[in-house]
Design a protein around this ligand. Structure first.
Ligand code: ASP
Ligand code: MG
Length: 422
């Protein structure tokens, strides 16, 4: 007998029919003799709709009341799901995040889990019931208020519960068959991966892959939780995200795990910066104070004649305006000449643990882009990742050619069930 945590995303519980379908799957898992804890997201695009509604009432809502509003979405789906399971003859109890013991810090909109005390969930399991927990939400002890974990936070709820309950596996049910070599909505020949290491998954998630949220992958990696990503629309095997024990052989692992694209970034170039010690420190202190989460940084060789250089970096588009403003205000102090902003960039990342031990991966990547006539604007690497920035309108083609250059194409077209990708 196993303890299984199952998380169902919004597209898996989008309407009454879907909720009944998911209930049958949960009941089958329970009847097979497992203890089952279910974490559920808000139905379909409910969270976005609630956001839109709040924005109509007052632009840019945030804080306590927004969290109060958004957490209602998950409460709707948890109660409906519990009803559906009961109607199939299996006991079920639904719990809000706070009832389930998801204790967080007080940061509304992006709270971090600080403790998990799932006493009531455990008690429900002890009487043979299925416990249904509302994802994406928690409770701060200091303020006594309800918090949310940030968009896509239900994955994190599921992983945190799986860790606290020492579950055998944390199953993440979604609208695709598992983790793919790239986004199947972008490249239809994307191939499903059977097994991927959490290290590779972390890099892919950080590089823009949307199938799993980065915080959930981090949490799972830190606590040794095995994730199993599967479709709620069929019984296919899905993808296992494993945590190999240190030193465990990885010779069987493929060279490349996948290709990710990110269109949410922009580029700022600070041009004509005096090439003297302390300038980069000044620039990035200001950028940090503006709250920007920067990614790639490139500094040019300075022109001998001017002793000035250009520094470019990428950051989320949403951080663009405040960062530009802060830099502009420090123009005199830093002594740069001009500031350029470009939000028409795309970032492609190639990820694979096999890069550590194989030469020629970057050469192959750059050749594939060259042959497709795609210009590279920036490059950065980690031990198991190579990222390039290109024009936004070439990113889809870039992903396609790189994907096939590394022989990642599958035989048949990937199926995407449901979901609007919103
Ligand atoms: N409902 C929340 C969202 O859409 C949380 C989640 O789906 O994981 O972001
Ligand atoms: Mg959602």
């Amino acid at each position: 007998m196993s303890l299984i945590v199952q998380k169902y995303g919004g597209s898996s519980v989008a309407d009454a029919e879907s909720i009944k379908r998911v209930a049958k799957r949960i009941v089958a898992t329970r009847k097979a003799g497992n203890d089952v804890v279910v974490v559920v997201s808000a139905m379909g695009d409910t969270t976005d709709e609630l956001m839109d509604l709040a924005n109509e009432v007052v632009p840019g809502p945030s804080g306590r009341e927004l969290d109060m509003l958004l957490t209602a979405g998950e409460r709707i789906s948890m109660a409906l799901l519990a009803m559906a399971i009961k109607s199939l003859g299996v006991e079920a109890r639904s719990y809000t995040g706070s009832q389930a013991g998801m204790i967080t810090d007080a940061q509304h909109g992006s709270a971090r889990i600080v403790d998990v005390t799932p006493g009531r969930v455990r008690a429900a399991l002890d009487i043979g019931a299925v416990a249904i927990v509302a994802g994406f939400q928690g409770f701060n002890r200091g303020t006594g208020d309800i918090t949310t974990l940030g968009r896509g936070g239900s994955d994190t709820t599921a992983v945190a519960l799986a860790a606290a309950l020492k579950a055998d596996v944390c199953e993440i049910y979604t609208d695709v068959d598992g983790i793919f070599t790239t986004d199947p909505r972008m490249v239809p020949t994307a191939r499903k991966i059977d097994r991927i290491t959490s290290e590779e998954m972390l890099e892919l998630a950080a590089a823009g892959a949307k199938v799993l949220y980065i915080r959930a992958v981090e949490y799972a990696r830190r606590h040794g939780v095995t994730l199993h990503v599967r479709s709620s629309f069929n019984d296919n095997e899905g993808t296992l995200v494993i945590n190999p024990v240190d030193g465990e052989s990885s010779v069987e692992e493929p060279l490349i795990a996948g290709v990710a694209a990110d269109l949410s970034q922009a580029k700022i170039t600070v041009a004509g910066v005096p090439d003297i010690p302390g300038k980069a420190a000044q620039i990035f202190t200001i950028v940090a104070q503006a709250g920007a989460n920067i990614d790639m940084i490139v500094q040019n060789v300075s022109a001998a004649a001017t002793a000035r250089t250009d520094i470019s970096f990428t950051l989320p588009k949403t951080d663009g305006a405040p960062t530009l403003e802060a830099l502009e205000a420090a123009k005199e102090v830093i002594g740069f000449e001009t500031l350029q902003y470009d939000d028409q960039i795309g970032k492609l990342s190639l990820v694979g643990a096999g890069m550590r031990t194989n030469a020629g991966v970057s050469a192959k990547l750059f050749t594939a882009l060259f042959e497709a006539g795609i210009n590279i604007e920036m490059i950065s690497t980690s031990e198991i990742r190579i990222s390039v920035v290109t024009r936004a309108d070439t990113i889809k083609e870039a992903v396609r050619v790189v994907h096939s250059a590394f022989d990642l194409d599958g035989e048949e077209e990937a199926k995407v069930h449901g979901g609007t990708g919103r």
